[in-house]
Design a protein around this ligand. Sequence first.
Ligand code: HEM
Length: 128
Amino acid sequence: MNGNFETLYEQIGGGATIQKLVDAFYPKVFSNEELLPIFNGSMEDIKRKQFMFLSQFLGGPALYSEEFGPPAMRQRHLPFEITPVRAENWLSCMEEAFEEIGLSQTPEGQLFFHRLKQVAAIMVNSNE
Ligand code: HEM
């Protein structure tokens, strides 16, 4: 808790909700034809890293930085060609995952999704 204000992490239901989200999200990513060519690692590894990242992104425990240092997400994504079309596909997989776990109807879920959209836009590193 910070003062009397709940973090977004707490509002959405903490680690349990983030786990449900990554479990719903990555199977969609790994079966998306636009995204498949750049997701060559293991689904379990990326789920774990995304769980850790989202935890701290929403104001929960800084799990990602404890293990990997500064998030520097744009820099970490530079090895992968992220076109506007790939960013759109990433976001539509995420939107479906939000719906699947019942997060898209709540105000805090909408704020969370809005923040992901902002980060996704920053991740675009190719116009092809
Ligand atoms: C805009 C579309 C995006 C695409 C196409 C994309 C693609 C990728 C790819 C290909 C990887 C490497 C996966 C692997 O190691 O096999 C990755 C890693 C990762 N992505 Fe994204 N990503 C996108 C947006 C985002 C956003 C918006 C976030 C956070 C909110 C995010 C968080 C992460 C994290 C935490 C990792 C792991 C980084 C690490 O290696 O430590 N990504 N992403």
